[in-house]
Design a protein around this ligand. Structure first.
Ligand code: SAH
Length: 346
């Protein structure tokens, strides 16, 4: 089997090229081409033909196909459904914010975590994405849309910390000065709360923003909607977040989905404020996006406003997430799900 060259770091390509008798600067030339988004060695015009042929016999260059592209008429949000080399599909969303264009990328095909409100996990985990496949989402969305991408959020399909090694390698690649050169401070990683991995991540002291999907401050209701809570209950998770803040100096951000009758009571708002105090936490409230299969409903506007006020009165900053791309199924896993259904129906 040919090796996936885009998942290799510049250092690794340099080492491999040394064994082929190729100088260091060649490795860098190839790395730069790869990160510009070329899809074949033949496009690397400053390499000799024999070398291009030799590389082609050893390595593959990944390139996903766009199978669906939807552009929101409301706000210009673009959603891509990519088909990978093995036929699996994942999605990414490009959003325009005042601070720059942001892409939300997927980390896995499907998801093993089983959150009750989420469309991505309905079929379980199919497989984890390779570093190159994470990078391709950023690179090819930028090339196709013509929009320079300055920020990345790992909030698409999948649980990034369940694909830890590949995600770490992706971060190194996308951060590379010879590649896309996107700074860690422009990257957010969202997790449902894998405490062991949060602790390992903290030790790496990366400057990225850790976002934790909390969705409820009490074990009883959190366990109902997020099976991961049975393994790592709320207090253990929050202890890891406090340590993360202390070790990295970076504030943790919390996602909180407002689900009618499950996570939106005033008592829960007070409990949440209490549990998050003193760690500079920011709460990102998300009105639930209805996923047909789940039977869960979003909270009323009044409960959302009330909840936010209680948090703020108790010294916790909270914002309600603006909905972008609501006309194009832009939330997590919805497009892939719809596409799967049409394929099954055919
Ligand atoms: N697995 C990671 C990242 C992917 S999900 C995580 O759990 O954080 C990105 C965010 O969208 C998470 O906070 C997730 O809980 C939330 N989410 C998933 N389905 C949703 C829905 N139907 N409505 C609102 N938010 C949802």
């Amino acid at each position: 089997m040919k090796q996936d060259i885009k998942s290799m770091t510049l250092y690794e390509i340099t080492q491999a090229f040394a064994e082929l008798g190729e100088p260091k600067f060649r490795a860098k030339q190839v790395f730069v081409w790869l990160h510009k988004g070329v899809t074949s060695f033949d496009e690397m015009t400053n390499l000799s033909k024999p070398l291009r042929e030799k590389l082609d016999s050893i390595y593959t260059i990944t390139a996903p196909k766009i199978v669906r592209k939807q552009v929101s008429k409301l706000d210009g949000t673009i959603k891509y459904l990519w088909q990978l080399h093995d036929g699996n599909c994942v999605e990414s969303v490009v959003m325009q914010y005042h601070h720059g264009n942001t892409i939300c990328i997927s980390s896995e095909v499907g998801c093993p975590m089983g959150c009750k409100f989420c469309a991505s996990t309905l079929g379980g985990l199919v497989r984890r994405l390779e570093p190159s496949e994470l990078l391709d989402q950023v690179m090819f969305a930028q090339i196709d849309s013509g929009m320079p991408i300055s920020n990345i959020v790992l909030m698409g399909i999948g649980e990034p910390l369940d694909n830890f090694e590949n995600v770490m390698r992706f971060l190194e690649l996308v951060n590379s000065p010879d590649g896309l050169n996107i700074g860690m401070r422009h990257i957010s990683l969202s997790t449902c709360g894998l405490v062991d991995k949060i602790r390992i991540l903290a030790e790496k002291k990366l400057q990225l923003t850790l976002s934790v999907s909390l969705h409820s401050p009490d074990d009883e209701s959190r366990s109902k909607i997020m099976p991961v809570n049975k393994r790592w209950p709320v207090d253990e998770l929050l202890a890891a977040c406090r340590d993360y803040y202390e070790i990295t100096g970076r504030r943790v951000s919390f996602e909180y989905t407002m689900i009618d009758g499950v996570s939106d009571s005033e008592e829960q708002a007070r409990m949440l404020a209490k549990k998050l105090s003193g760690m500079g936490a920011h709460v990102n409230m998300i009105p639930l996006n209805t996923v047909e299969e789940t039977g869960l409903k979003t909270s009323s506007r009044q409960s959302i406003a009330k909840f936010q006020k209680i948090l703020e009165d108790n010294g916790i900053t909270a914002t309600v997430r603006r909905t972008l791309g609501s006309d194009i199924d832009a939330s997590c896993g919805q497009l892939r799900r719809k596409y799967q259904k049409t394929q099954e129906g055919e």
